[in-house]
Ligand binder design. Sequence first.
Ligand code: IPM
Ligand code: MN
Length: 355
Amino acid sequence: MEAQLIILPGDGIGPEVAAEAVKVLHAIEKRFGHTFALETRHIGGSAIDHEGVAVSDATLARCQGADAVWLGAVGGPKWDGGKVRPEQGLLALRRALGTFANIRPVKVFPQVADASPIKLDRLLGVDMVVCRELTGGIYFGDKFRDENSATDVCMYTVHEIERIVRMACTMAMGRRKKLTSVDKANVLETSRLWREITTRVVRDEFPEITLEHVLVDSAAMHLIQKPASFDVIVTENMFGDILTDEASVLAGSMGLLASASLGAGRCGLYEPIHGSAPDIAGQNKANPYASILSVALMLRYSLGLEHEAVIVEDVVSECLDDGVRTADLVKPGDKAASTAQAGDAVASRISNFAR
Ligand code: IPM
Ligand code: MN
C-alpha cells in the first residue's frame, strides 16, 4: 500500500525516538512491499524556535491531509515561562485532527516485569486498554486569570461522552467485554453526567458488556492493588492522563507504553505516552520501544495493516526476550542498549522475518 505519513519529532528525546520509529517504518516498507511517503515537520518547542508558533497552520493542514501522524514528545524547561507553551501545539493538533479518543494499551511484558516496583504476582495477566477522552474537559475549557485567582473550566457535552463511551465499548466487545468507567461523581457535575450517559449507552447499545463505575481516587488504588482485573477503562481527559502515567509503572517503564489517538476518520495520531525527558535528551539512551509500538498501532488503526502491526509487537517482545534493554529497563550490572541499538534490533528482526 501507499501512505502519506507526517513525522513530528518534537522536543527532548523526541527526535531520537522518532529516528527509531522511522527506521522501523522503513523496515516494514521494504519487507512487505509498501510505500510510505514521510514528511518531517516541527511541533512544540522546536516549532516555537523555528516558526514562532507551537504548531503552524501549514503543519496542521499537512497532518489533516495525511493518512496518519506520528509524534515524539513536546515540552521542556527551555520554553517554561514563555508566551506560548510547546504543549499548546499538541493540544491544537489533537483538536484539529478531531482525535477525541486516546487509546493507551497497558500490557506487562513478563520478560521485563522485574523492572516494575510492583510485586510480580499482581502483574501477571495485566492486559488493559485505557480509553481517555482527549479533546474535551478541563484541558479545553475556558481559562481565566487575574491578580488573585485562576480558573479552569471543565465542561462535557452529552455528545462528547457518548462518542468516547461507544469507542470504549467497541474496544471492550473485541476483548473481555468488561468496562470500567472512572469518574468523580461524588463531587463533580461533569462526572454525574458522564455516569448517566455511560450507563445509558451500555444498557441500550452494548448490553453484553459488564459495566462498573469507579471513583477516580479508588481507581488509582485498584490499578496497583488488582491491575489484572481491568479490561477497558473509559475516563475523561485529565483522569486519563494521570491514571495512564500510574499504569505505566505496571509495565516497568513509561518507555514501553504507546498510544493511538483516534477520531471519526481514519487519520490518527500516534505517540509514546512518555514526555520529552530533557534530562536524558541527546544521550542516545532513551527507550524507543514505546515509539516503535506506536508505529504498530499506526499500522493497525490507520493503515489497516494488522499483520504488520502484530509483527512489530512480536519483534519488540523478542528483543526483550533477547535482553535488548535500554537504561530504564536494564538489570543492575548489565550493559544497557542504546536508543539506536534497540531500534536496530527491532528493524533487523523485521527485515529477516520469515512469516
Ligand atoms: C500526554 C501528555 C500531554 C497531556 C501534555 C504534553 C499536554 O502528558 O500526552 O499524556 O497532558 O495530554
Ligand atoms: Mn500525560
